[in-house]
Write a new protein. Sequence first.
Lengths: 988, 475, 173
Amino acid sequence: MPPLGSKLPIYGQDNAAGRPGADGQRRWRSLEELESRRLPAPEFPEGAAEPPEGVSRRSFLQVLGASMALASLEACRPPRHKILPYVRPPEKPLLPGTAVHYATALSLGGHATGLLVTSFDGRPTKVEGNPDHPSSQGGVGSFELASLLDLYDPRRAKGFKKAHDPISHRSLMRELAALAASHQPDGGARLRFLTGATGSPILQDLRRRIQARYPKARFHAYESLAQDQAYQGARLAFGRPMEARHHLSGARVILALDSDFLQHGPEALRLAREFAAHREPGLELNRLYVAEAQLSITGASADHRFRVKPSEVLGFARAVAARLASQHGLAQLAPLGGQTRLARQAQVVADDLARTRGRSLVLAGPRQPAAVHALAHALNAALGNAGQTVDYAPPLRDVAAGPESLRELAADLAAGKVDTLVVTAHDPVYSAPADVDLGAALGKAPTTVYLAYRDDETAPYASWVLAASHPFETWGDARAHDGTVSIVQPLIQPLFESISELELLAGFVDLGDAGAHRLLHEYWRGRSAGGDFEREWEGWLGKGVLPGTATPAEKVSLDVAGIAAAVKAAPPPSQGIEVSFVPDYKALDGRFAENAWLQELPEPITKITWDNAAYLSAATAKELGVENGSRVELRLGGRAVEGATWIVPGHADGVVTLPLGYGRRRAGPVGTGVGFDAGRLRTSQAPWFAAGLAVAPLGRRKHDFALTQEHFSMEGRDIVLAFDVKAWKPEKIEHVKGPVATIQTPVDYQHEQYKWGMAIDLAKCIGCGACTTACQAENNIPVVGKEQVLRSREMHWLRVDRYFEGSPEDPQVLAQPMMCQHCETAPCEYVCPVNATVHSDEGLNEMIYNRCVGTRYCSNNCPYKVRRFNYLDYRGHLSPTEKMAMNPDVTVRTRGVMEKCTYCVQRIERGRIQSRLEGRVMKDGEFTSACAQACPANAIVFGNLNDPRSLVSKAHQDERRYDVLHELGTRPRTAYLVRIRNPNPELT
Amino acid sequence: MSGVIRRVAVEAKDLELLEGTPVLAGRPGDRQLTEDLFQPVWARTRRGWLALFGICAALTGVLFTAIGYTFAVGVGAWGNNIPVAWAFGIINFVWWIGIGHAGTLISAILLLFQQRWRTSINRFAEAMTLFAVMQAGLFPILHLGRPWFAWWLFPYPSTLGIWPQFKSALMWDVFAVSTYFTVSFLFWYVGLLPDLAALRDASKSRAARIAYGIFSLGWRGSAAHWRHWRIAYLLLAGLATPLVLSVHTIVSFDFAISQVPGWHTTIFPPYFVAGAIFSGFAMVLSLMIPARKAFHFEHVITQHHIDNMTKVLLATGLMVSYGYLCEHFMAWYSGNPYEYFVFFNTRLRGPYAPVYWLMLFCNVVVPHVFWWKKARSNMAVVWVAALLVNVGMWTERFNIIVTSLHRDFLPSSWANYKPTIVDWSIYVGTLGFFGFLFLLFLRFVPSVAASEVKELRRELEHEAHAREHAPAQGR
Amino acid sequence: MAYLLAEFKDDQALLAAARRLRELGHHRLDAHSPYPVHGIDEALGLRKSRIPLIALVGGVAGAVGGYVMQWWMNGVDFVINVGNRLPHSPPTNIPITFETGVLLASLSIVLGLFALCGFPRTYHPVFEVEAFRTASVDALWLSAEVSGAEEEPVTRELHQLGALQVSLAEEAR
């Protein structure tokens, strides 16, 4: 056994040899021999102690390759057409065992998020944000991250069925051509399309060509989370639908009117980043006011949160307008003024907004009616924010994607006006409003062609069911919120026989067999400025965005009178219990219900997994005679669903919030029957909130909610430290930093070259949980299911703890990402009898799985309880397809071993290999941990503490830095920066 | 048998003036003694024994079924979770080890202190130790995530080139428990040799003679044998005594060296040892009282023995109570918020508070009944009290392990623990397995050390003789 | 070689007989009793047992071995950073050192006992005498190892010393 530190030769220690590369090689070989003499291949520890040229990884890949071949028809054959990796293609794009990043994009509701997808040997294994993409800027959310799991879902729809008989791709195309031709004579009068909202240029172009061929055919767009009220609001304010584009970088005072802008909507990732960037003292802090009913992620990050019913939001906004008009000389707002029960708060907010004219911002949430959006536009205009913190551009996607157009379609179908309906929208039968019986209507059309990703609620009603390709399997393009275009390039040939929306629609203009790539390529060639298109094209693919395609902002003129009329016409706040529907943080509108990662992701506020609940306030619960887990019947306008209640601190009184997307009937083995379907109460008149909800408790039996955190009080312990910026002084945290007195003289193990550490800025963290999903994807973390979560055996290496402070009515919410702290004097290590968890010479607390016998003593002695144990075989039953999702750099753990955060040691080693090949030292920011990389708020930094210029070193020097459970003397390598709030003195 | 009882009645008087409450009732001849004490071994199998044996065998079956299931699906078959990563497994381990200790103490320490009343109960107690340690030994292996690698805890030259980590209290456990079992076994077996020889010589059937002949290794009771045997036996006793203390001290280190609030306490070693003796004597009593009745050993296991053991119970019970007191005082006095929370919030009012209060009742309140001679001489009372103490000591371990773990430093990770059916079957199963072994012992091995009783009888005679002559000289 | 076995009625008689025979120059004597008889060692002139010495050696060897094992394994052969503690930290080695000491001491005691008493030896000529079976139950026996010539005088001597019965035990053929 060589002495400490020489287990791995470190670069630059003795470069006297002059030829570091060769030198390194030589040393590696000798080490390899030494290693192989000591450790036979099967017991080879993964990652850290492994030579870059390691035999074991090769063979591991071969085995894996074999299983992939088994997986399905030529599972990981690279796409036929040339796709280009991010920035610069390596000489051999498919070097075995090396990761390649490809830029692509994923669209939700017609809005694209630019992604970089890591691909191993033609297998996409990890999703990351594209720093060059305006909507991502490098950050990524749980939905994008988890979409990878959908790709490998073995229960996806496969192949094509016509009237339940499977047909081949060729005959499908023939049949489609025939079908298309049959509608030619009457100009497509009896042809309808039901699509999702799309911003894809090529799809829109295809629609135009289809319209040209079938002048009488009609396209209906439907999104259950449609933005159409926002567009109507803009129409009210500006006379035409416009898209508001917000910029928080310049905003000092932000008023969110029932807007969860940090988590939902096309701008969420970017806004989260811009918002977090101004939460550190020193810089000019921004201040966030939120008026909302349910406690949202945005509300949890607010400096002041006003608990209002959704129907009261308008009143609050009007009160703000009134104050601005009366006190701050914004006379044009006068006709918009009104009353609210929160008069004082409204005044204070108004004063604050007025103080920061041109540097403030009012956002209205898509759940709010047009009047509120219009009013928000008016306020921004009056405050001079328009053009500063918000600008407007004409929308480049379907404007009417709400229930209205769906209703018209249903009517036509019912009236028998439709022969052929082509459905490419996502599972409309499930997500349609309760008052539109789309299922029955579909039955009326002789031919219904459904492009289905899964055999879902809509599939049984369709006569043709065509398996849809995953976005990572197909060519296409997409538009970001600001209009920037990205080319969607496939990472892998379709795992199962399937086609994309593009290919399907092309079938109606006799281009069915052209193939998506040719269509796309020709479309963009047609639009290129000329010159060398191929080079331009490759540039687009490499970068992931088409430069200069963002739509420029347009001047708008405000129609105050129109707004005033709309505002006055708006209904008054409701009495009694109000129901409020919200998109779910995990299932969204149900399209992610079958995704196990998201099902097990703890709901950011309540920490509930594998369920949705009827959220309400303690007062309302008392009034209704329900408690946590009470089973209730929710009745609204003659419709009823059964659900279970959960009391949320800070929830508005007199409101019951119902997250959408659960109670799926045909989601699949994961999502079917999980939670209840709030959509059954949702009508096209009141898609977001409505008065007159009746809640009737059902019996004594309680519903079991599987929570990952059951205790929300900090018991007065110094765990999450938060200060108001005025009260903040570094002296206040002296007791949780610096050395701790000890009788044991700590050994001075020197950490050559690299000393890894992490810092988490609690002032920036919004608690969204993207880091948890990123960690799960990166580290092959198993999903354990509801029963095991109920036994508190969830496996997440990184959890986001949530604490509440202050009154249960109006609590301060504190989020804290918690993972292995890599203590320098780790309590877990000295209690392990078999040396299965020890320290690396770069300060990592390493877990050696193949040495672990599972005494679990380490977990008992870990004060942070961040260790996870494989109580059962959570990995035994993986289908070959699911195995393909595994990150080959990370061991898949067996039953009976302990596991925990490794600081993404596999990424460190990748970086080390690269740096060694280039004979240099790893630079800061060259790589980072999966959580840090995903974090939309940039709250997590990871790096080398030996490098004084690294971000993490600076963070560790920060005056706000402290250690959790510092008094135990564990000397954690993960530092936390205290949370800073910026409340308005007039309200505190 | 009834003859013996009668003799007790007849000679009760003159015995009183010999040695107060008798440690050996009556003056049976050596042959008589041999017959009485070996009676259970020779007598035809009794129906009662068979019935008990059947029950215990069934429970043993349950035990091994549960173990098989655990190995098949993984330790997840138990209720353990994160944060409560240790539960029934370790509770039962500590409980059984503790029970074992009384046996060694009775035979070893009392031998060193020349306590006569030890003679007739030590064999009994040693056997109990042995079988208790066997139960305890199961759990450290069962509770592992990968029990098939349990041998990695022994220092052998592994292909990984790595050795066990001797700073871990679990390693200390490995050595302590294996040493303890070995020494207890040797001590018991060496003590058994003369009686095995006696059995060989006194048995009627040839098979028995051959069998006991083999196990007695050719003991001929020669002066040379006795010379080595006495010193060997004494030395083993001398070694066993500190060993007992060390074993439970080390078991307590499993908790004391960690930093879990409620574990991280310096009082643990003495308080665990006291607890061990406490539960051990309780177990001896709860086993011996029925056995004594069934086999009519009243003349060798007399009121005197019961009385002394109950006094030991009282004393150790008070030590344990002091341990609790000290823990709580330190939790308050140290000003450590985490300790304070565990002792004054979680245990008193937490979800497991009933277990805590039951513990206080059984371990702190119940022993005080032994202040009264009436209670000490009422077998029913003693027996029930002993059983309660056993329950109490089990709940104590539950409190230390589960209650401390489920509310530690970060409230976010707090979670409750619920044992599964497998947990319970394994626990009850070990009780059955213990009884199974113990019944075999009662059936095939003399449960009272005949040779030592004979020696004791000789000594008493000499004393009696001396007293009779003392006054004559005085005149 | 044969043994003369003589039963005596109590330990006094046994001790007296033993002394007398030794005065007469018989040294290959032994006594058999169901329990240790006081004073028999002197009477037969047996030296103190060497078992304590054996135990001491075993114990010391065990303790030293135990400590060295821990020091070498964790402090020398495979040094590794465990929770920033000293690779070789004496306090943590105490428990195992003690245990190994006790273990080896006890083992050497028992093995020593076996060696000195010649265990296991399930056959011995004296077992040939049926009456001798009482030796482990309730009777005290004196055994004298005699050659053919001595047999007759010693028998007479034993009878004079008040032996209840005397019989000759010989290797079974």
